[in-house]
Design a protein around this ligand. Structure first.
Ligand code: SF4
Length: 237
């Protein structure tokens, strides 16, 4: 686990973006940047753009997009010299997988219990999970498939693709658990729940087939509780 200024490098690349529930906000550069931006807006200041720190660990592709091109002697990016980059298209089968993930995700995010369902804490929590991860999975799968399409064995794009695929797989797991919770609470019948569970199981298998190393990917900080605890101790002196 690499740290810079107390932040865990790259933690935000493979998290679930659910900052309200994140235990590591104090270690996340993106969270700090957003908090600073919000603070400056609330207090009437012009937000000062400082993209570099957040871009530092986004991987090769993102670094390019954040201004990793050549600079003129004066320090400003030489815009005219930055080559135009047209992202390659996904293969038809990869695109079909992405479309299928997005379609299921949006259906789940928009799902509502039948009228007359007695709402309780369990159903409310399951709905929150569907709402969050339903939107999240499409973007993560896109990043994973796109990274894989560019990657060569052992390079940073492949590692990033595996990390993104792991984030998507964990989100599938959470969606499946939430869906089962809705069945348990009587908000969805077993028969009505079955197609969604089948679809999630198929997607999980398909992503694991394409990214056999994904589950083993170690997400900075998030999969390193001992290293995070040691960091806390070191900082306490
Ligand atoms: S690491 Fe935590 S705080 Fe940072 S973007 Fe992810 S969920 Fe939000």
């Amino acid at each position: 686990m690499e740290t810079q200024d107390g932040f865990i490098v790259g933690i935000f690349n493979y998290c679930d973006r659910w900052c309200e529930r994140c235990a590591l906000t104090a270690r996340c550069r993106v969270f700090a940047e957003i908090a600073r931006f919000d603070f400056e807006q609330d207090h009437g200041a012009m937000p000062s753009p400082e993209p570099e720190p957040s871009c530092r660990s986004l991987g090769a592709m993102a670094l390019e997009q954040c201004g990793g091109g050549d600079e003129e002697p004066g320090g400003l990016p030489a815009v005219a010299q930055v080559p135009r980059w047209d992202p390659p298209k996904l293969s038809p089968d990869a695109q079909a997988l992405e479309d299928r993930v997005k379609a299921l995700g949006f259906r789940l995010a928009a799902w509502q219990p039948l009228e007359g369902t007695t709402m309780d804490e369990g159903i409310g929590e399951a709905l929150d999970v569907l709402g969050h991860y339903g939107v999240f999975i499409g973007a993560k799968i896109h990043r994973a498939l796109f990274g894989l399409s560019l990657a060569e064995e052992g390079d940073v794009a492949l590692s990033d693709a595996n990390g993104s695929a792991k984030a998507a797989l964990l989100a599938f797991d959470r969606l499946g658990d939430a869906w089962l919770k809705l069945v348990e609470h009587g908000a969805v019948s077993v028969a009505a729940a079955e197609p969604t569970l089948t679809e999630l199981a198929w997607m999980t298998g398909e992503v694991e087939r394409r990214f056999p190393q994904a589950r083993q990917f170690v997400r900075p900080g998030l999969d390193e509780p001992v290293a995070v605890t040691m960091l806390e101790w070191q900082e306490r002196g």
